[in-house]
Ligand binder design. Structure first.
Ligand code: NAD
Length: 337
């Protein structure tokens, strides 16, 4: 039985917790320890694992328990210290994105992985969305011809739910650039490699916090863009989207439409690829509603699967997470000029 500790039981910790519970129905995995400094969140998480030992602090969980893996779902500024502590104990780590928020921490994490050989994965979850997987597949296979241009984005309302309002502190979250934009940056790197050039525009709130970014890239002859917004109002409904133009038509995704993915050919009828495709969700029966967890379930399943079968992590590796934040650091340096 794979023994897992969950550190941080807020918004994302709750999602990881449910994914682990669903996985435990048909995999040899259990959450044996939980940590959160807010008792109400800890108590809620414990409802899924009544036998789990609870801790107020993540460090105490790592120091006390003998675990196979920890999931780090803490505010972003706390990722590195907890990940290093677990890696030094030989415990595998799934770290939420952004993996860290400083260049110094990128180096410390990579050095720790080289030294310890511990398996580490970063929660760059777009790689586990059916729609983004389809985009990657048809780009690589050129099913609709060569990719011509791509526009990606993530827009949502003001982020009010964080512990001690950490999202609004640039030193803790890295602003919308490291929090939301890093998703598209990671995916563009995964899809197209390293950009050959880029330019950035960003806007700030009165407090000075960057809440809007738009970056235009060139990946060789392919123009691309990615935009991210934390709106001033909390009420703007969240939307993730991409518009990918291929030689034979345009693949369009919006998290706010049903079906979410459409292919609009130059000639002929609109196709809805995922409604006819057998999705990964449909193949499994855990007795729990895994469709609501969707890509998060797939992400956690991949991580746990690599540990159970002793396979290397090849998706959303520590290096992928580090290179994504490094590209964002570079973009930030252009904003600050
Ligand atoms: N992959 C995604 O789509 C996605 C979405 C949202 C957030 N995230 C990431 O997940 C991470 C957590 O975000 P969130 O929205 O859950 O934040 P959150 O503030 O809701 O949750 C963080 C939790 O950590 C707890 N905590 C703080 N310090 C602690 C400590 N020292 N020991 C134990 N617990 C402690 C807090 O009480 C809180 O419950 C962030 O890195 C964020 O960027 C990822």
């Amino acid at each position: 039985m794979l023994k897992v500790g969950l550190i941080g039981c807020g918004g994302m910790g709750n999602t990881h917790n449910k994914a682990l519970k669903a996985l435990s129905q048909n995999h040899e995995v259990a959450v044996v320890a939980l940590a959160d400094c807010r008792k109400d969140f800890l108590d809620k998480a414990k409802e899924l694992w009544p036998e789990a030992t609870t801790y107020s602090l993540g460090f105490d969980l790592i120091d006390t328990e003998e675990l196979d893996a920890v999931h780090i779902c803490l505010p972003s500024y706390l990722h590195t210290e907890h990940a290093l502590r677990a890696m030094d104990k030989g415990v595998a780590v799934l770290i939420e994105k952004p993996v860290c928020i400083t260049e110094k921490d990128c180096k410390r994490l990579m050095e720790a992985q080289n030294r310890t050989g511990v398996k580490v994965m970063v929660g760059q979850v777009l790689r586990f969305f059916e729609e983004y997987k389809y985009l990657k597949k048809v780009t690589d296979s050129q099913k609709y011809g060569k990719l011509q241009t791509i526009e990606m984005g993530r827009k949502g309302g003001d982020v009010l739910w964080g512990f001690e309002d950490w999202f609004h502190d640039e030193k803790k979250s890295g602003s919308v650039m490291l929090d939301l934009h890093v998703h598209d940056v990671d995916f563009l790197r995964y899809l197209l490699g390293v950009p050959s050039s880029l330019s950035v525009k960003a806007d700030r709130l009165a407090s000075g916090l960057i809440n809007h970014v738009r970056t235009d890239y060139r990946f060789g002859d392919i123009p691309a863009s990615a935009e991210a917004l934390w709106d001033v109002s909390p009420d703007l409904p969240f939307e993730a989207y991409f518009i990918a133009s291929f030689e034979q038509g345009t693949l369009e995704f919006s998290s706010r439409r049903k079906p979410t993915l459409a292919f609009k050919p130059k000639k002929g009828e609109i196709l809805y690829p995922l409604t006819v495709m057998e999705t990964e969700y449909q193949k499994e029966d855990t007795g729990l509603n895994i469709e609501s967890l969707g890509p998060y379930y797939q992400e956690v399943k991949y991580f746990i699967g690599c540990l159970l079968k002793d396979l290397p992590i090849e998706q959303a590796t520590l290096e992928d997470g580090v290179e994504a934040v490094r590209l964002v650091f570079y973009e930030q340096s252009l904003v600050d000029e």
